[in-house]
Design a protein around this ligand. Structure first.
Ligand code: SD4
Length: 326
């Protein structure tokens, strides 16, 4: 980073000796504006909490910011909202009362970063971004991920809110510690964005299935399962029962189908098709979201009930997703 900055300062100084600084600034603004006009930005996120995520992401996209910043900042809002009880602070705990978080992020270069089974950190997506940008690795887990976060200035905190604790204690009474597998106990946020430069990025973050077994990791931090981005083709993210998504490597599948010519919509439908053809899915929900390189979007899920937020030209709307089961 430092070397790049020094090189930049040197270069700018050299240019300034030939051109006045105002001329350099003006010409770069003009060339940026030209390229912005060529692409139509879009951001799309899972579920109702996709609205605040998209609104934050849009502020970045509309000013010509990068998709990677848009998706990170967007999902951070949801991670930090204690009322959103499936992500970050306030996320529902595992069946032993621990809030354990999974998150991953991918940029337009195909770089990826991920954390799983991370405790005590409100914004795992930003830890995942640091893993991507500042380590030679893709994924850090558990104590190692926490150690890395703390070493990078993230604060340790209690993520189990009073409400989540109360719900968990009630759940323990009624459910006698059995792992719940149904379509109602989850709500990950996955966000995909195409910026005005034509670049794609994605982020996915969750506290996973509520009352899962201690140590369970879902699809959301697994590159290719909960999220995949290929800047030549498109991006996809998943929500729902992670085990079904992992067994079919769903997000990678959606992107690969788009590479072979499927529309974003057809690719999501085919990826759901793989699940319902091969796996027991009766009470389990999975939903996919995808955007292609041109900003077309698609979505499909197994059961009715999945919805997503779409933002384009500054306008956000919620859309009910088409489903395999009617
Ligand atoms: C998981 N896929 O941990 C996540 C949960 C989820 O909507 O997406 N909920 O399996």
């Amino acid at each position: 980073m430092k070397i790049k900055r020094r090189q930049f300062i040197k270069k700018t100084a050299a240019l300034a000796s030939v051109y006045p600084v105002s001329a350099i600034a003006d010409s770069s603004v003009i060339s940026q504006k030209k390229s912005y006009k060529k692409k139509r930005a879009i951001v799309i996120s899972t579920w109702q909490h996709g609205i605040p995520a998209n609104e934050t992401a849009w502020k970045i996209l509309k000013n010509g910011g990068k998709a990677i910043d848009a998706v990170e900042q967007g999902v951070r809002v949801v991670e930090s909202d204690p009322k959103s009880m499936s992500v970050g602070l306030g996320g529902r705990p595992d069946r032993d009362g621990n809030v354990t978080l999974d998150a991953c992020i991918m940029n337009e270069h195909g770089d990826a970063g991920s954390v799983c089974f991370l405790q005590h950190i409100e914004n795992p997506i930003s830890v995942a971004r640091k893993v991507m940008e500042e380590t030679p690795h893709v994924m850090l887990a558990g104590k190692g991920a926490l150690q890395f976060a703390l070493a990078n200035g993230f604060e340790k905190q209690n993520l189990l809110t009073d409400q989540a604790k109360k719900d968990w204690q009630n759940w323990l009474k009624e459910n006698r510690y059995t792992v719940p597998i149904n379509i109602e106990n989850h709500d990950t946020i996955g966000t995909l964005a195409l910026d005005q430069h034509g670049d794609l990025s994605g982020a996915c973050t969750t506290s996973g299935l509520a009352y899962k077994m201690h140590g369970r990791v879902g699809d959301s931090p697994i590159i290719g399962a909960g999220l995949y981005v290929d800047n030549e083709v498109g991006a996809a993210t998943a929500t729902g029962m992670g085990e079904l998504v992992m067994k079919t490597l769903g997000s990678f599948l959606v992107v690969e189908l788009m590479r072979q010519g499927a529309s974003a919509q057809a690719a999501c439908e085919e990826a759901v098709g793989r699940i319902v053809k091969k796996l027991a899915y009766k009470n389990m929900q999975v939903g996919y979201l995808a955007i292609d390189k041109k900003g077309n979007h698609g979505a499909y899920c197994i059961h009715p009930g999945f919805n997503y937020a779409l933002t384009r030209k500054g306008k956000t709307k919620m859309i009910d997703c088409a489903s395999f089961k009617k």
